[in-house]
Design a binder for this molecule. Sequence first.
Ligand code: NAP
Length: 243
Amino acid sequence: MQLTNKNVFVTGSSRGIGLAIAHKFAQLGANVVLNSRGAISEELLAEFSNYGVKVVPISGDVSDFADAKRMVDQAIAELGSVDVLVNNAGITQDTLMLKMTEEDFEKVIKINLTGAFNMTQAVLKQMIKAREGAIINMSSVVGLMGNIGQANYAASKAGLIGFTKSVAREVANRNVRVNALAPGMIESDMTAVLSDKVKEATLAQIPMKHFGQAEHIADATVFLAGQDYLTGQVLAVDGGLSM
Ligand code: NAP
């Protein structure tokens, strides 16, 4: 898929990995929808002013089915279509299994996994009709390997992999491709809160011996969006952590 002039909805793009992904698509000439639960600031919009593309801020909560549909409807009304959906919005709520409450579990599943369902449901029909589309789901190495203190997060991210492969099979013959990315440890607000002890222990397991940057994930996302013969795959961008 040629990305110039395509319309890309990146959920959770007010900071971190999602913001880097939005920048990368805009650099390539795609129009982007910026999204988060909070308001998208004027400063953030100004960062995109030199790309010469349309940038549409749409606040809302992906975990709310009706809100997801409202956001997609607004994007289609303003841009004409959503050609690429990046289901990037996600949270952690880490604690050991014995201490994990029903609320800790359900909140993470609802945003990370149900959120991707809600957004995919909202965009899919028009992609199928257009006979073109790409969906990229942000999984994690934790969905492949598991992690202490992240039973809720790992379940959501492993769930996204099954979701990706199932939807990919359903829509492949309509030229709609669905892939997942499994980032390793990437520097962002999400990982900044981890203790030095946890960071050092993770670093020791990474063959490349350093953390990744949001730009590494952005590069991989545009690759998955643009590669016409690639669907149902999980690409680990993790410095070798999960090999
Ligand atoms: P981050 O810095 O915490 O950013 C998360 C983004 O998601 C923010 O824009 C946040 O904005 C938005 N968001 C959260 N809940 C939302 C909701 N219900 N609806 C809409 N937007 C929502 O996280 P990140 O590190 O960039 O991670 C991005 C994605 O990559 C996540 O899915 C994460 O699980 C995955 N990932 C990250 C790493 C890593 O090492 N950082 C590794 C593997 C996978 P608001 O809070 O304002 O809504």
